[in-house]
Design a protein around this ligand. Sequence first.
Ligand code: AMP
Length: 191
Amino acid sequence: MKKIVLLGPPGCGKGTQSKLLVEKNNFVQLSTGDLLRLETSNSDSDLGKKVKYLMESGELVPDGIVIDIIVNKVEKHKNKSIVFDGFPRNLKQAEVLDSSLENVSVKLDHVILFQIDFKILEERINNRISETKGSEQRKDDNSETLLNRIEVFKSSTLPIVKYYEEKGIISKIDGMQKVNEVYAEITKIIC
Ligand code: AMP
């Protein structure tokens, strides 16, 4: 049973690839973005509102909140293959992920970094914004938030590449390829 992290900026295709791994390879997808949206969808508490505000502005939600959510799920699914999508997003989260996996006697097998041309990424996300309308549209899918999310990725998330390089478990793939080509590369790495 594999435990893998897909690492890449917003809009790089992590969600699409995670869903393919769920459909074709029996993985459980743990997306902290999806879990946070679920947790806050019916929440009128001050905390819920604060989390929603952070998500809509493209900032990271405090580690404690995200970690609580993910640690429970890790315990629940420890005997299955898991793809972490959108977690970890900083060094602290990467360390917590290692220790929570260790607590249930498993370890991370692979971290897959999607290498992306940031200019083309912005075009892709702008297309996603114009293609989805009304209730389907994510509140954080707008140009201002997008630019902030990319900046947050560069400043908070990219530094964890070094952490995983030192552990020798990171593979870098060209995230600009077609969906099926990216999927083929991922399956080659994890099999
Ligand atoms: P995503 O769906 O992965 O693009 O995440 C949407 C938003 O949820 C992000 O912009 C953050 O505000 C928040 N979020 C998701 N995952 C995390 C995480 N691991 N740590 C902190 N905030 C997160």
